[in-house]
Structure formats: C-alpha cells, structure tokens
Design a protein around this ligand. Structure first.
Ligand code: ADE
Ligand code: ZN
Length: 325
C-alpha cells in the first residue's frame, strides 16, 4: 500500500547524510574538469564502474580519493546546494548534514574553505524551505591528536556547527578513543552522535561505550543493538535516535537490517530512515523509505512513525518539533 509518491511526499528530517556522499558522477566530472584534477575517469559510465564495494573498507577506498575534485569554497557550495535542492524535492524539511573536515584538511584544503562553502549553501537553503545544519565528524581512523586539532579549528566557527559525530573505518577505532574530544564538544554546547556501523567487530561494546560513557544523543546505524535487550531498553527509555540507512546497508547485508528496524519499532525505539551516501548507494531519502517499506511490507502508520521519529530525535527547537509531531 505504500507507494514511492507517499514516501516522497511525507515531510521528513534527514539526520544521516554525508555531504561528500552526495557527490554525483556528473558533478564529480564537472569539478574534475574545472579544477584540472585527473580522477582517472571521463564519463559517467566510467565513474559508475568504479562503484564496487561489499564492505565499509572497500567503500571508503572509492569514496575518499574522489574528494580530490573538491578544491575551492565554491566547490563545497555547489556540492551542498545541489544536495539541498534534492532534499527540497524529497520533502525534507530539516537536515543535519555530516561533513568530514579531515578528509579535506589532510590534503591541504583549509578548514575555512570547507566550512564557509558548506555554510553558504545552508543559508541559501532557507529559500528552498529546507532548514539545514552541519555536524562535524571526526575520522575515527585518524589519531585523537588530529581530532583535537580539528575541534580547535572548529571552535572559531562554532555558530555554524550544531554537533559532532564519528565516522570512517570503525575497525579497532572505538568511540572511547575520542572521549575527550566529545566531552569538550559537549561543554562547548555541541550535540553528540556517533556511527556504530552494522556488523562491525565489537559492535555491542562500541554501542555501550557511546551510550554509557560518552552520552551520545543518537547512534548512526546502531541497529546491531537488538542483540542486547538491556541496551535496547536504555535507548527506548532515553529516546536515543537510531539512524538506519537501508540502501547503504543493502551493500553489506542482504536484508538491509529491516528486521532489526521492525523489532526496534515494536519496542518503541526512536529509529528512523536516512540515506548515508546517496550518490554511492543508489538513492536519496525517499528511495530509502520506499526500499524498506516495499521489502518488509511496512504500513503507512509505520512509515509515518519513522518520519516522526526523525523529527523527534533531531536537534531542532521544541517549538519547531511541535509542527511535525
Ligand atoms: N563515511 C561515509 N559514510 C560512512 C559510513 N556509512 N560509515 C562510516 N563512515 C562513513
Ligand atoms: Zn554514515
């Protein structure tokens, strides 16, 4: 009974979206040309042929090198504004956008170039009726010293950032590695979230650290939590949001964690549906809603609950939230 038109038309909050993961092949090629960067491909088909991955590491190996085409402030603006136009078309009313400053500063792009370009697009999105904010992620496979330096750089732009997160390769990079950075970020008034990717080594231990020792407000993915009923009770009671991304999951897990999402919904956990890296995983937020709805025969009520959960666990004001709940 749930149609693509229904999932598209529903007002939604997007809470798990990496801006670098919205770099579509056509913009990638355009920026490569504009900035004279050789990416090894010259047609959309050639670019798409490089999109082969079956786990987090093989995805990241395709994902990071492509970022070389992002050189100037205008490039970051163009990337973000193109995404925000798609968000508007998908009836996304509020979006909290991840960005990875270290993926850029590590190749010589100033922090200011990244944040100023992204922020300008966030401001211009108001004209599209999209309320947007930025979440700065630390790359967890980089050192904690590098994270510290990044947090210090961010402090000059604190009013342009709503929170911090943790992404990239989770293997042997537990949340606690960044405990001090998270504590300092929280003290500076920033919200906290972290990726706990699906089916990782030490998945439950990472989830436990994030929840019990670092006081995160959301878990990105995090659906492996169903293996631990006590932690499920904890997130239900505390209204911790879990941001699941079905199409991204489908690259590494045949059932896209649909059963886990349903089990969490049944326990009144604030789980919601998002798009992760839509240019790489085959669809934007409405496509992700439709994919899980179609495969698991979700009802319209369940879809509406997922969308309400997205607003409820977002970091907008209570007054704005009330408009959507
Ligand atoms: N960076 C971009 N997408 C990611 C994901 N799904 N997990 C970890 N790091 C990421
Ligand atoms: Zn992600």
């Amino acid at each position: 009974e749930v149609s693509p038109e229904f999932t598209k038309g529903l007002p939604k909050a997007e809470l798990h979206l990496h801006i670098e993961g919205t770099l579509e092949p056509d913009l990638k090629l355009k920026l490569a040309k504009r900035n004279h960067v050789d990416i090894g491909q010259t047609t959309i088909e050639e670019v798409q042929k490089t999109y082969q991955y079956d786990d987090l590491a093989s995805f990241l190996a395709v994902y990071y090198p492509a970022m070389n085409v992002l050189q100037h402030e205008q490039d970051f603006y163009d990337l973000a504004f193109a995404y925000l136009q798609r968000a508007a078309a998908n009836h996304v009313r509020h979006v909290e956008i991840f960005f990875d400053p270290q993926a850029h500063t590590s190749r010589g792009i100033p922090f200011a170039t990244v944040i100023n370009g992204l922020h300008r697009a966030v401001v211009d999105a108001r004209a599209l009726n999209v309320d947007a904010a930025l979440i700065m992620c630390f790359l967890r496979d980089f050192s904690k010293e590098s994270a510290r330096k990044t947090l210090l750089q961010a402090m000059a732009y604190k009013d342009k950032i709503i929170g911090v997160g943790l992404d990239s390769d989770e293997h042997n990079n537990p949340p606690l590695k960044f405990a001090r950075q998270f504590e300092d970020a929280a003290a500076a008034g920033l919200h906290l979230t972290t990726h706990c990717d699906i089916d990782q080594k030490d998945s439950i231990e990472h989830i436990r650290q994030a929840l019990e020792m670092m006081d995160v407000e959301r878990l990105d993915h995090g659906t492996n939590i169903v293996e631990d009923p006590d932690l499920v009770d904890f997130v239900a009671k505390k209204k911790i949001g879990l941001t699941s991304c079905p199409l991204s999951n489908s690259f590494v897990s045949p059932e896209m964690k649909g059963k886990e999402v349903l089990a969490l919904l049944a326990k009144n956990v604030k789980v919601s549906i998002h798009s992760d890296d839509p240019a790489y995983f085959g669809g934007y937020i409405s496509d992700n809603y439709y994919a899980i709805a179609n495969k698991f025969n979700l009802t319209k009520d369940q879809i509406v609950t997922l969308a309400k959960n997205s607003f409820e666990t977002s970091w907008i004001s209570d007054e704005k939230k009330a408009l959507y709940l």
